[in-house]
Ligand binder design. Structure first.
Ligand code: HEM
Length: 566
């Protein structure tokens, strides 16, 4: 018997589904708002909470002057800077943690604005990641990799992954990785104008993203993807097409996207393309490792196959997937986590250097002294003397300072009943309990890095902060306050790899090519009138925008480049 689906049945089913969704939203809204009202009655420090709107009203007013596409990270800075007007007059200091009830735009949050407070859930106790992170990665990796795992399994997988990210492992791959950075430098040179003039405008997001894809592909698979010079590989095309369909939270703005059947098809199809691309490559690496042939052990995935083979059988806890599927998930996550974060950090570095010619000149002097005065020979010099990469303290300080001001991502952890954060010493809230039940614990590293309490002259770009060794120097960084890669055992496993990449880029590029933002040309190219009001944050055209994954740069950061005058 063939089932008949009439139009009226379809309408009824859709109506019921919509009604059930609406009821769920209402019920969930009631639960969340009641929870925050209860906390407010208990006297927990909180922004004024409205029983109907939660904190939507107060946050809406706070964000009203910002462009619509601005990243949510700016909210934490606004709260930190405006706490006096936002909180009850009885409070004499900004609370170290701020409750945010923005349902249905985001889940209930407890935002930490104090380094000691964040340490309580990342270092004193390594609290589990928020389930939101797992939800985000599920369609992509099936949650069988390190970043989605918890507890004993996470410890096992982290131990397995750590050797692949060690300084020694990175150094082993340095000559190959340098080749990818050389391609990037040559692409920038090809964009310069004639006779030392600026070339035409382009968005920096594309070349930095292609560089980071080539770099992380080489590191993970010992394979040249050639994303910088040829059309995207099917793998990268499918991965980049997948990312906009992933969501960290279900909220009112993306609920239709998440239930869109087209999304399911896209995710399924892209996953099929990615897996089909990776499978033969991984099989080849597994064979190479098993047969101990030359080159085995170079790629990150080789080290994973080697580690699995060296583990006693049936170790507990059991792996989330058989070896090949597990390594594939780990490779996919590494290719994802290792590209956009570094790409956008590089974009900000170039912006910062163009605004600080004195700092740029000082960096070039360091490169001349350590790598030789011929910029074109820097790659050869580094290939022959990879240890020199560790002898560029000023360059490292510049990168660290850029990551402080233009922090990319933070951590989201899962609050739970019975687990509270406590106001730290000298916070003005000593011993005050901030219950975490129902809340996502959000480290406010973007705001923390701009807080004058921890960073004197916070908005000034001062690489000297990272060169002082005197703990009494006011510029000396405060314990736990610097967290671009987060701190604690669950910090970023790729931080040395990312720092190496950024150092190599600066070492090869800044003495050869100048990069500058080119908004006027960008506007002219798109026919945008000079008189039209432009989106800005704090008076700047370049700001962090909210897209999928980590914060992106506005409009891809339009720039032009020219050859540096020697
Ligand atoms: C400038 C570049 C980067 C920044 C700012 C950055 C930042 C971070 C942060 C803040 C975390 C902690 C996230 C959390 O707790 O939810 C993290 C975790 C992680 N990062 Fe990075 N990252 C960068 C580059 C990389 C690279 C190049 C890789 C890999 C090749 C990588 C792989 C990972 C992985 C696998 C984790 C999860 C670690 C775990 O759960 O044990 N990251 N990263």
């Amino acid at each position: 018997m063939t089932p008949e689906i009439s139009t009226s049945n379809l309408f009824t089913a859709t109506g019921l589904l919509l009604a059930a969704t609406a009821l769920w939203y209402l019920y969930r809204g009631y639960v969340v708002r009641s929870h925050f009202q209860r906390l407010q009655r208990q006297g927990v420090p909180m922004l004024p909470h409205n029983p109907i709107l939660g904190h939507l009203g107060v946050v809406g007013v706070l964000m009203a002057d910002l462009p619509r596409d601005v990243h949510g990270d700016y909210l934490m800075v606004l709260i930190q800077d405006n706490w006096r007007t936002l909180f009850d007059k009885k409070y004499e200091k900004c609370p170290p943690a701020v409750y945010l009830d923005l349902w249905p735009v985001s889940p209930p949050m407890l935002l930490s604005l104090d380094p000691s407070m964040t340490a309580q859930f990342t270092q004193d106790v390594n609290v589990e990641k928020s389930p939101a992170q797992g939800n985000f990665l599920r369609p992509f990796t099936g949650n069988t990799e390190l970043a989605s795992s918890h507890g004993a399994l996470w410890r096992k997988l982290r131990k397995r992954m750590n050797p692949g990210f060690s300084a020694q492992a990175i150094r082993q791959q340095l000559p190959a990785l340098l080749e990818e950075v050389e391609v990037f430098r040559d692409i920038l040179i090809s964009r310069t104008g004639k006779d030392g003039n600026w070339g035409s405008v382009f968005t920096l997001e594309k070349p930095v993203t292609m560089l980071t894809l080539d770099y992380i592909g080489r590191f993970t698979l010992d394979l040249r993807l050639h994303e910088q010079t040829t059309p995207l590989t099917p793998y990268s095309a499918a991965m980049l097409d997948t990312l906009p369909w992933l969501a960290i939270h279900i909220h009112i703005g993306n609920v239709l996207t998440l239930f869109n059947p087209w999304r399911r098809f896209k995710l399924w199809r892209n996953r099929h393309i990615m897996d089909s691309y990776l499978e033969p490559l991984l099989q080849k690496r597994a064979d190479l490792v098993a047969e101990k042939r030359p080159g085995a052990g170079t790629a990150l995935v080789d080290k994973l196959f080697q580690a699995i083979a060296a583990e006693p059988p049936n170790t507990v806890p059991a792996d989330p997937a058989p070896p090949m599927a597990y390594v594939m998930a780990e490779a996919k996550h590494t290719l994802f986590a290792g590209h956009e974060t570094t790409a956008f950090s590089l974009a900000w570095l170039f912006q910062t250097l163009s605004r600080h010619p004195d700092i740029l000149a000082k960096m070039c002097t360091e490169h001349d002294a350590v790598l030789g005065t011929d910029p074109a020979a820097a790659a050869t010099c580094l290939r022959e003397n990879p240890h020199l990469l560790g002898q560029l303290p000023y360059t490292t300080a510049v990168i660290k300072e850029s990551l402080r001001i233009h922090t990319n991502v933070g951590t989201l952890r899962a609050g739970s009943p019975g687990f509270a954060l406590y106001g730290p010493p000298n916070s003005g809230y000593e011993g005050v309990a901030f219950p975490t039940e129902q809340c996502v614990l959000w480290d406010g590293n973007f705001a923390l890095h701009r807080n004058p309490k921890y960073w004197p002259r916070p908005l000034e770009f001062l690489p000297e902060r990272w060169l002082t060794t005197d703990p009494d120097d006011p510029l000396h960084p405060v314990r736990n306050a610097y967290r671009p890669f987060e701190l604690g055992t669950r910090n970023c496993i790729g931080q040395h790899l990312a720092m190496t990449e950024m150092t190599m880029v600066l070492a090869l590029v800044v003495r050869t090519v100048e990069v500058e933002e080119a908004w006027d040309e960008w506007d002219a190219q798109r026919g945008v009138s000079l008189k039209k009001k432009k989106d800005t944050v704090w008076g700047e055209r370049l700001y962090q925008v909210s897209k999928h994954g980590p914060p992106h740069v506005k409009d891809g950061m339009p720039v032009h480049v020219r050859l540096r005058q020697q």
